[in-house]
Design a protein around this ligand. Structure first.
Ligand code: SAH
Length: 392
């Protein structure tokens, strides 16, 4: 594991990593607005309308986030625009890399001191950004590190988009060894429940997929929105007519167990949530991804593989099995490999496509379900050792 250079927290911000302040939404940013909104924003600042496109080209086209690097803008203009359209939303607190530089995790401090994390994953043929949609999460899944900390607040559209633009810039700099320089995929699998921050996540998807310079120009198909299964929001997503990939965190094929592993199941049951997922697949023509973290002796029984197989047989779905990443203090562990193989075999025998996800970023707690910026917050608020870790 490599610890990358760290931006120290300045001593004049005593509560920079404290959670005691009440969270609040950040100031407006260029990425919150569409091109028309940016035009009216710049003109109301007394600037010509063409500045909107100029700024957009820098930000989305060239991945320049710092106004001081936009040297074709007059100095006075730069100052005005920084204050009103390009405030700093994300300050990196710590960056870590592992997997020989192919996985990088960034811990961000938001304007109100809330902390979130993003992960960049390089593969030979693609680079994927895993982004957060909320600070913390209110879904309380007991096996997920973020789920243990509760919800701090929703992220704004620009706080989501800026994570991607930053990571696209890292990829473009050639920092992800062995991967193409263009970030091409985004997964909403960082901190938070994307569909619990619905309007902002949808707006962020639009920004990420609108062609440059208005947006980042990614393909909708290369964006994955992962959900615990908020059925009304899934139905709303169907009506948006987007072609993003939907991932459903199922983790159990029976209500008894799913009520415990994914507490929102007490509200929307397995049958109902699968129906919504299948309707999404039918509408988009795209396979839904059924996420299933294999937990030793909890959800990895052969009969559960068979039941899952029956539920998914003939449907436009595939199962993405994730070896559980144990979170600190958890009583649960990943399933043994032979059990995992048997689970896959039974699903395939039932005619259901199943793959086991690679566990990128484990070493830096950057793998699925391990993002838990809040732990750092609590430790830092209460102890010099953790502060030293942050500031080194
Ligand atoms: N709230 C969304 C997205 C965030 S997590 C959702 O639940 O879908 C992305 C995926 O990681 C989800 O499938 C989630 O269930 C899974 N996950 C969470 N904790 C995990 C852990 N400890 N090990 C493996 N996967 C985990």
């Amino acid at each position: 594991m490599t610890i990358l250079p760290v931006i120290p927290i300045s001593p004049d911000q005593p509560d920079a990593v404290s959670t005691r302040r009440r969270p609040s939404m950040p100031p407006r940013h260029l990425a919150d607005l569409d091109l028309a909104g940016r035009k009216s924003a710049v003109t109301s600042l007394g600037e010509p309308a063409f500045r909107a496109k100029q700024l957009s080209t820098h930000y989305f086209g060239r991945l320049v986030r710092d106004v001081s690097e936009m040297t074709d803008l007059p100095a006075a203009t730069r100052e005005r625009l920084t204050a009103d359209l390009l405030p700093t939303l994300l300050t990196p607190i710590r960056e870590q890399a592992c997997d020989d530089g192919a996985t990088r995790k960034t811990l961000w401090k938001l304007h109100d001191g809330a902390l979130v994390e993003s992960v960049l994953m390089g593969y030979p043929d693609r680079v994927t950004a895993c982004v957060s949609s909320q600070a913390g999460c209110g879904m309380a899944c007991p096996f997920c590190a973020t789920g243990q900390q509760g919800l701090t607040r929703n992220l704004s559209v620009a706080e989501i988009v800026d994570q991607v633009v930053y990571l696209a810039g890292v990829a473009a700099s050639g920092a992800v060894t062995g991967s193409p320089p263009r970030l091409s995929r985004v997964v909403f699998m960082g901190m938070g429940e994307p569909l619990a921050n619905y309007p902002r996540v949808i707006e962020a998807v639009r920004r990420l997929t609108t062609p440059a310079p208005e947006g980042l120009g990614l393909s909708q198909r290369h964006i994955t929105v992962s959900t615990v299964g908020l059925v009304p929001a899934m139905r709303r997503l169907i009506a948006e007519q987007l072609s993003v990939t939907l991932a459903l965190s199922l983790h159990a094929p029976d209500d008894d167990l799913r009520d415990e592993l994914v507490p929102v199941n007490q509200r929307w049951k397995v049958a109902e949530v699968l129906d919504a997922a299948f309707d999404y697949a039918a509408q988009t023509g795209r396979r839904v991804s059924i996420e299933y973290a294999l937990i030793r002796d909890v959800n990895d029984h052969p009969w559960r593989a068979d039941l899952l197989g029956r539920l998914l047989n003939g449907k436009l779905a595939h199962v993405n099995l994730i070896p559980l990443n144990p979170t600190p203090g958890s009583k649960w562990d990943a399933s043994p490999k032979p059990v995992e193989r048997e689970f896959v075999r039974r699903l395939r025998e039932a005619g259901v496509a199943a793959t086991v996800r690679d566990t990128r970023g484990r070493e830096i707690d950057g793998a699925c379900g391990q993002l838990a910026a809040g732990e750092l917050t609590h430790a830092s608020a209460g102890g010099a050792a953790a502060d030293a870790e942050v500031a080194q």
